[in-house]
Design a protein around this ligand. Structure first.
Ligand SMILES: NC(=O)C1=CN([C@@H]2O[C@H](COP(=O)(O)OP(=O)(O)OC[C@H]3O[C@@H](n4cnc5c(N)ncnc54)[C@H](O)[C@@H]3O)[C@@H](O)[C@H]2O)C=CC1
Ligand SMILES: O=C(O)C(=O)COP(=O)(O)O
Length: 557
């Protein structure tokens, strides 16, 4: 794993999240703290490896969670831990919330995003297990497996009471034709069923490939012998199979929910079964969990399990390894493909070196602007524009805010910070870049109407960051920790005066370039120096050379 990286100095790897400083790390081990808040496969800890201080708490115990999360760098959860706004706020060092499974309804993604905390899940880890339990529920419900089992073990040999139905020739309605819905479809087709699907976000062609006919919800309700739901829990989907929907189904229908509690209204379903309007159900998930009290528990024709969809050795191993990898990547400054709250998608290898450059240019922009921009353009030119470079915009924004807010700034919350401040951000790309292979420009318009811009590139095999343009003046100086800029009217003696005053103040000049628009016209001098230039020194030099504009940037921190 790459070691810790300081802001603004990184060249070879990229910190997507704020880097933990030493005081944030575990006081005893000195390692980032990973808090495991629910039972996870032992493979999780193995996959995390020795670089973390692993701690445990019972995430369902609110007080324990709120106290343990305070100094966690990452938290690993399943579905029983509510990582809500209060928990996110209680966490002082949190950088990653990792959900070892699919559903994120127990994580407040907006609160996490505002706080700059990355949220990841393990989107494919348990889908096979969930699909298999769905099929088990359909078959168990069709053949009364659970109730017959309970009756026999209770001393009753009741054959005729538990006569069931076949799947062959029946119609199964899948509500939500995503990953699990599609796996369920594939597993059911060999039973000889006809598949209907309702999913407003899936094309008919895609459904046909899966072997299902896309229909309206009403059609699905009216025609299905089995209905199985596989949607996320959202305001739109909660109660979708409720009182109204249950008035539209066949009395012989069996309803299965291995997705989320509340998608099927438990009370309405219990009423419908009692009144003979629904034949049976298979339910794995409940509106309130854990629970031992649902109206469905009294009904013989309902088979229930305590949220076991993902509870297989295989799913847990995959989920644990997947989130451990994501946490390692996130805390180690790597890319995290399973992050759900980062814009910009996958980052091409050719684009990666541009991330620290864009971030440094963002910081430099803030130093040059000396005030808030109202509009920002991130302009990327050259070969890299054949890839998706959206992430460079994020990187520039991250740098732009790095020195003007106390809160940690990450790729996650940088767009949020921009939005909060009413900063309009535009990304422009062009493959044209005659003089350099690639260029990144950060240009902003300030409230005063003044336009500030800075352009940088990465030069040579050593991948050195260079500034090649400042406010329209062509320069070529290293993008170093300490830079100073002056604008003045071109005349002899300015450089000498500058050098003398810096020398007298023991500030060593590492590089310097003068650029002017015409002889005797406006000039800009850019200097890289070995130590910080104080505001006092800056103004002394400005006065001495009659500068019309001067700025110093300290990117050393
Ligand atoms: N019981 C368990 O242990 C498990 C439950 N799950 C749950 O299963 C559900 C499905 O998971 P995946 O298939 O991985 O998700 P997915 O995101 O791949 O698929 C969800 C599908 O629902 C569709 N959808 C969204 N809103 C809809 C609406 N209003 N009406 C109809 N369809 C709608 C989407 O278009 C998408 O195709 C989730 O709720 C997840 O939390 C997942 C794993 C295990
Ligand atoms: O992944 C999901 O969405 C699940 O519902 C599984 O939940 P669990 O990890 O078993 O608490």
């Amino acid at each position: 794993m790459p070691g810790p990286q300081r802001r603004g100095t990184g060249r070879s790897s990229v910190a997507l999240l704020p880097t933990p400083t030493d005081d944030r790390r575990d006081a005893v081990s000195g390692k980032p703290v990973v808090l495991i808040a629910e039972e996870l496969s032992p493979a999780t800890v193995e996959a995390l490896g020795p670089d973390f201080e692993v701690r445990y708490c019972d995430g369902a115990d609110r007080a324990a969670l709120l106290s343990a999360i305070v100094d966690a760098d990452a938290i690993l959860v399943r579905s029983a831990t509510q990582v809500d706004a209060e928990a996110v706020e209680a966490a002082k060092n949190l950088k990653v919330i990792a959900r070892a499974g699919v559903g994120l309804d127990n994580v407040d993604i907006s609160a996490a995003t505002r706080a700059g905390v990355m949220v990841v899940n393990a989107p494919t880890s348990n889908i096979t297990s969930a699909a298999e339990l769905t099929v088990a529920m359909i078959l168990a419900s069709a053949r009364n497996v659970a109730s017959a089992n309970a009756a026999l073990k209770g001393g009753k040999w009741a054959r005729s009471k538990y006569t069931g139905v076949e799947l062959d020739g029946k119609t199964v309605g899948i509500v939500g034709l995503g990953k699990i819905g599609a796996l369920v479809a594939a597993r059911l087709l060999p039973f000889g069923v006809k598949l209907l699907a309702y999913d407003p976000y899936v094309q008919a062609g895609k459904a046909a490939q899966i072997g299902a006919q896309l229909v309206s919800l009403d059609e699905l309700l009216a025609e299905s012998d089995f209905i199985t739901v596989h949607m996320p829990k959202t305001p739109e989907t909660v109660g979708l199979i409720g009182v109204d929907a249950l008035l539209k189904v066949k009395p012989t229908v069996r309803i299965v929910n291995v997705a989320r509690g509340g998608l099927v209204d438990e009370a309405a379903l219990a009423d419908a079964i009692r009144e003979g309007r629904v034949a049976g159900a298979g339910i794995d998930v409940f509106a309130k969990e854990p629970t031992t009290a649902s109206p469905l528990f009294e009904l013989d024709s309902v088979v229930v399990t305590p949220h076991l969809g993902a509870s297989t050795d295989e799913a847990q191993e995959k989920a644990g390894i997947s989130v451990a990898r994501s946490v390692r990547q996130a805390l180690g400054g790597e890319l995290v493909p399973d992050a759900v709250n980062i814009q910009g998608g996958l980052i091409a290898e050719d684009v990666r070196p541009g991330l620290p450059l864009a971030e440094e240019l963002g910081r430099l922009f803030t130093a040059l602007a000396g005030g808030a921009a109202q509009q920002l353009d991130v302009i990327v030119a050259g070969e890299i524009t054949q890839h998706d470079v959206k992430v460079l915009e994020l990187s520039a924004l991250k740098g732009l805010f790095a020195d003007i807010t106390e809160s940690p700034v990450s790729f996650v919350n940088a767009p949020y910070l921009a939005q909060e401040r009413g900063l309009e951000v535009r990304l422009t790309t062009t493959s044209e870049s005659p003089d350099y292979r690639n260029l990144v420009t950060v240009r902003g318009t300030l409230a005063s109407g003044e336009v500030v811009s800075v352009t940088g590139t990465i030069a040579g095999k050593a991948m050195v960051h260079r500034i090649v343009d400042v406010n329209g003046f062509t320069v070529d100086v290293g993008l170093e920790a300490h830079t100073v800029f002056f604008r003045y009217t071109d005349r002899p003696g300015v450089v000498g005066t500058l050098g003398r005053i810096l020398g007298e103040s023991a500030v060593n000049i590492a590089g310097m370039q003068v650029s002017r628009n015409a002889r005797g016209g406006e000039a800009l001098v850019a200097l890289t120096v070995d130590s910080a230039v104080s505001v006092e020194l800056l103004s002394e030099i400005s006065d001495a050379i009659g500068a019309t504009w001067s700025r110093t940037a300290d990117l050393s921190k």
